[in-house]
Write a protein that binds this ligand. Sequence first.
Ligand code: ADP
Length: 256
Amino acid sequence: YDVRISEGSNTRELNELIVSVNQLAESLGKQELLRRQLTADVAHELRTPLTSVGTHIEAMIDGVWEPTNERLQSCHDEILCIGRIIQDLENLAKVESENLKLDKAQINLTELSEKAVGNFEADINQKNLKVSIDGASSDIYADQNRISQVLINLVSNAVKYTPQNGIIKIIISEDEQFARLSVNDNGIGIAQDELPYVFERFYRADKSRNRITGGSGIGLAIVKSIVMAHGGIVEAQSHLNEGSCFVIKLPKNRME
Ligand code: ADP
């Protein structure tokens, strides 16, 4: 929006200024809309499990339902789900706060990837997924806990959105400036018109399909915030029913 008006400004410059002011107003309007959408989404995400627990417990108090173990377990699951959403929100607020403090040290992406995959061993075995980690990069200077969180979120999605017997490949490489890590899967994929929004908070591609997987749409927003805080880049490619590829690029050197 860098348009300056001087005495000699002509109509073209004034028009440019008008366009810039309009763009600024539009962008502020969009931010306000996003903020309102966010509040509505949080309310919705919390209400769904809460309503379910409420109905279950009411039916048991009224004696309509026997308080069987199964029903109590289902209430417990919903409460855990609410807890996860709150935890995600807290994590997101933390990484989105402007003064996100990074505790940087030399870290190794292959080691962190192995650990991230290890977290999902049970699901990987249960779905009989084939997971590989290939390539390498020299150590990078980054916040180990935060980058672990990034890898866990990406691997978690690959595991969640890849059906039985699927293949997940983590590929690591580097160029002069950046270390590059991609998480590739041959799962359900994302439609082209949804792809640009997947890094937005609470965005969940294909709402009906996703309700079953029980995520909250915050994981990729956290990934983006952490990678950007490191001066890095996130990218996603995907084709519906073919698979997805999420890429992060992180600067290798000390950047203060
Ligand atoms: P969620 O908790 O819903 O998984 P994320 O922010 O991690 O939230 O992801 C946002 C949305 O992007 C998901 O709801 C899903 O629709 C889509 N998505 C993310 N990763 C993948 C993947 N590997 N394959 C297919 N869809 C994905």
